[in-house]
Unconditional design. Structure first.
Length: 811
């Protein structure tokens, strides 16, 4: 019966991480011999010295859901990122799954160990026994790593035992990569710090130091001696070959896998297995004696060279294929484009049989993975965003030759998701490269999508603001209710992408809405009162929900017009409902609160517009009533004057009406016409201050009496000036006795100094006076009056006014 083995590892390794790759290969090789499937959980991309991802790492969390039959933990590298106690807690949290630890002795768990302390002691003791070093440089590993701590402890102990004072400026921390060694070499050279020995905690670090130092003229072992740790294949081939400790990580992985199979089969495991760490002395430390290799060593060296040559060719091709993928991903902006790139480029990586990209989502029930893109070598790549996450990462193929690798997709500290590889062999750099490239691409897609979304939202907001601006302009500039309602309906239909609208208004004197305007709906509703609820109602999809709160007429409308969505919003201002807005759509209403919120905003603006229209119309009605009341009052005053001065009875009304006709002839607007009319009615209001003995005298007035009579314009001015409403009409009673040539009274105004109203009325007043019967004379004939007006034109009267008057004067 086949089993599934889970492997907790920080990275899958590659050309720059041969230690991890060798370990992964050994597990895969032995598992294949046992017909077992392998899943690699690579959790090294979120680890930090202050927060070990095991406390919350969604890749390691998948172990609990996958439930593999057994686990192998490369604890020596995982331990770089947390105290041992936290690592113990993490590994024990997967109980009762059988676990084997590699690198760190975990209580209660079978462990495959390498004695890093004793191995480093053997290096240091050899150096002191053979070379008596003076200035010793030490380049260690990650400060929190258990292996690095043990190796450094051995270094310091041997230095102390040999009475060598440790120079802190010659102690460096790094990572087990060539870049760390190169960095230290450059720093030592830049600061001109003397040294004769370099002890490195890994071969990769040592090779990096040697390469960089050689470029700057330092030769091994002429200028300094150097040692490594691991005995990688490259250490044998370097010039000079590197003195190191043989750490057989392949053997460690193989033995751990065998022990785990015993545990899965129910056999009692060996609790502690130690991997030998022999010192391998070569030329880099200055030891040349006995360096002549035997036949077996030559044969082994030849095999190593051939293996490295094959690996180099494979690695070069892999890097070429990955470069093509990278170039394709540079300008990828959408998931569809990403799918097309993977569909065309991934087949070149023949070892990758399948891969699945999953998006990470934090839900109420915890983190979840949602597949959105799959690649199958025989079928190609395709998007699968609608597929639920039904399988665990361990489900799928039963083929033990297929390895499954879980790689995190992240951008900085942001979790994006997981990529699951299924492959036949472990590539050199593909996993790490694709993880990095796809992480960057997904972040770019997210950013591009977000920018597009923001641009769309911005455009929508601009449209919304423009619509609100149009409604605001209608509120202030449109005074016709029909036009106002048309503007409201157009904007609401456009912005909400609706197909039909009804606006019903509630008369202040009533309580039932009446249809005021509609568009896009058949006229099922007569323009009379009908009951309808004024509470809000949103029915996104009538095909899935019955409209219990919708009246029968609307149910008929839905059936006949094929409407699907319906909403009803009250139109209210200051809590008082003045109407109802109803929208109809032939598709379900949009999801989310944005559509509804903006509809409520539009409804609020519509309510304000309708209320403003009501107020304006009410104000106009009130103003009309007020003007009519004023005019009626003024007409009453004029009739009172007629009653007092019998010789001018009816005169005020006649001259007022004729003044209006002449004013229109001269192009006055209605506002001026109204003021001219009032001025004409009140033209002799000042005569209330004239004594009856003078006003009603049947004969000619004396000079003194005429002087008193000529004061009536002044009395009119004093009487009417305090009344602001009548100020525009005051020029008629105040100035109608002024003459064009300046000989009139009371001010002696001349020409156009005389207000136009007064010039108009002067002609009308004389016409009516001469045409009417007076107690002291009869009316003049029409021709005589016309002749008089012509004669006085330019002297008494404004010639333009006289000409206009004579033009409309009937024959």
């Amino acid at each position: 019966m086949s089993s599934t083995i889970g492997v907790m590892i920080n990275h899958m390794g590659g050309a720059k991480l041969p230690y991890e790759r060798s370990f992964a290969r050994s597990v895969a090789d032995v598992a294949r011999d046992h017909d077992s499937r392998v899943i690699f959980y690579t959790g090294g991309f979120y680890n930090t010295p202050t927060q070990f991802e095991g406390r919350h790492n969604f890749i390691f969390d998948l172990i609990s859901s996958d439930k593999p039959d057994g686990l192998i933990a490369l604890s020596s590298l995982l331990g770089e990122f947390c105290p041992k106690e936290d690592l113990y807690s993490l590994l024990n949290s997967f109980s009762p799954i059988p676990i084997v630890s590699v690198g760190i002795d975990v209580p209660g768990i079978p462990s495959v160990l390498i004695n890093n302390y004793e191995a480093m002691r053997s290096v240091m003791e050899h150096i002191f026994a053979e070379h008596d070093p003076q200035q010793v440089v030490y380049i260690g590993g990650p400060p929190n790593g258990y292996e690095a701590q043990e190796r450094k402890r051995a270094f310091l102990d041997v230095m102390k035992e040999n009475s060598r004072k440790t120079n802190p400026s010659l102690i460096f921390q790094g990572r087990y990569i060539r870049a760390s060694g190169c960095k230290v070499a450059l720093e030592l050279l830049a600061n001109r710090m003397p040294f004769d020995t370099v002890v490195c905690a890994s071969d990769e670090t040592a090779l990096g130091f040697m390469s960089c130092a050689a470029e700057n003229g330092l030769i091994v072992p002429r200028d300094y001696r150097i040692t490594g740790f691991d005995d990688l294949d490259q250490a044998t081939l370097y010039d000079p070959p590197l003195t190191t400790v043989r750490q057989d990580i392949y053997s460690a992985g193989a033995q751990a896998t065998s022990i785990l199979h015993d545990m899965i089969a129910g056999r009692k495991p060996v609790m502690t297995t130690r991997i030998p760490t022999p010192l391998v002395v070569r030329d880099s430390c200055g030891c040349t004696g006995g360096a002549i290799p035997d036949l077996n060593e030559i044969k082994s060296l030849k095999e190593t060279i051939l293996s490295l040559k094959r690996d180099s060719a494979i690695r070069d091709q892999e890097e070429y294929d990955l470069t093509n993928i990278s170039e394709g991903l540079i300008n990828t902006n959408t998931e569809a484009e990403l799918c097309a790139i993977l569909d065309s480029k991934l087949p070149a990586l023949r070892e990758i049989k399948r891969c699945t990209l999953c998006r990470y989502k934090q839900t109420d029930t915890g983190p979840r993975l949602q597949p959105f893109l799959k690649y199958i070598q025989e079928e190609g790549a395709y998007l699968c965003s609608n597929e639920p996450w039904k399988e665990t990462s361990s489900s799928g193929t039963e083929d033990s030759s297929v390895l499954r690798v879980m790689e995190s997709l992240n951008f900085g500290t942001k979790i994006l998701g997981v990529i699951i590889f299924e492959c036949t062999t472990i590539p050199y750099t593909a996993f790490g490269f694709l993880r990095k490239q796809l992480s960057q691409t997904l972040q770019h897609i997210h950013t591009f999508s977000r920018i597009a979304e923001l641009n769309t939202n911005l455009a929508t907001e601009v449209e919304h603001l423009s619509s609100l601006r149009i409604i605001d302009q209608a509120i202030t500039g449109v005074h016709d209710r029909t036009m106002l309602l048309n503007v409201l309906m157009s904007e609401i239909l456009t912005q909400q992408k609706a197909d039909g609208i009804i606006i019903s208004l509630i008369d202040p004197a009533g309580s039932t809405p009446i249809v005021a305007a509609s568009r896009g709906v058949r006229n099922l509703f007569p323009d009379d009162e009908r009951p309808i609820a004024v509470t809000p109602l949103f029915v996104p999809d009538l095909t899935t929900k019955t409209g219990d709160d919708i009246d029968n007429e609307r149910q008929i409308l839905f059936a006949e017009e094929d409407y699907t969505g319906y909403c009803r919003v009250p139109l209210s201002v200051h809590g008082e409902v003045n109407g109802i807005l109803e929208l109809f759509t032939r598709r379900p209403l949009p999801e989310g609160s944005g559509w509804r919120h903006f509809l409520e905003t539009l409804a609020g603006q519509a309510a304000i517009a309708i209320e403003n229209d009501r107020l304006v119309h009410g104000l106009k009605r009130a103003n009309t009533c007020l003007r009519e009341s004023y005019n009626t009052t003024i007409e009453g005053w004029s009739r009172a004057l007629d009653l007092r001065d019998h010789e001018t009875e009816g005169h005020c009304i006649r001259v007022a009406q004729m003044s209006v006709r002449l004013g229109r002839k001269l192009g006055l607007d209605e506002h001026d016409i109204e003021n001219l009319y009032r001025g004409a009615l009140l033209h002799d209001i000042g005569k209330v201050g004239i004594p009856d003995s003078i006003l009603l005298k049947p004969g000619p007035l004396t000079h003194e009496e005429r002087t008193i009579m000529n004061k009536h314009p002044k009395y009119a001015h004093d009487l009417l000036a305090p009344i602001e409403f009548l100020l525009p009409a005051l020029s008629v009673p105040w100035c109608h006795h002024e003459k064009w040539d300046g000989t009139g009274y009371p001010q002696g105004l001349k020409g156009k100094e005389i207000p136009l109203f007064a010039r108009i009325f002067a002609v009308i007043d004389v016409w009516d006076a001469l045409s009417s019967e007076r107690p002291y004379r009869g009316p003049w004939e029409r021709e005589k009056v016309v002749a008089y007006l012509r004669a006085e034109s330019g002297t008494h009267f404004d010639p333009d006014v006289v000409n206009a008057f004579l033009e409309f004067l009937p024959e």
